[in-house]
Write a protein that binds this ligand. Structure first.
Ligand code: ZN
Length: 83
């Protein structure tokens, strides 16, 4: 299972979470804050060289993921304003 590095701006904790690539982790496992930040992690080199070749794609995936998170945050902020 891939390992992801997250940072919580509420309790200022950084920690690793194991979850599937298709899954997301949004709630801080330390304090329960619901907007943890996914940090970019270096690719793991202990598997095969194909990982290195895919680094460009992975980086793009991370950027896309972060874009998605930002979009979701914007949507949430908007819906909160209208309520
Ligand atoms: Zn926290």
């Amino acid at each position: 299972m891939p390992k992801y590095y997250y940072h919580c701006s509420n309790c200022d904790e950084s920690y690793y979470v194991y979850h599937l690539m298709s899954e997301t982790h949004e709630q801080c496992s330390k304090c329960g804050f619901e907007n943890v930040e996914k940090l970019l992690t270096k690719p793991l080199y202990h598997k095969t060289k194909t990982i290195e070749q895919k680094t460009g794609q992975l980086t793009k995936k991370y950027i896309d993921d972060n874009k998605e998170v930002l979009e979701n945050m914007k949507k949430e902020a908007k819906s909160e304003m209208y309520e």
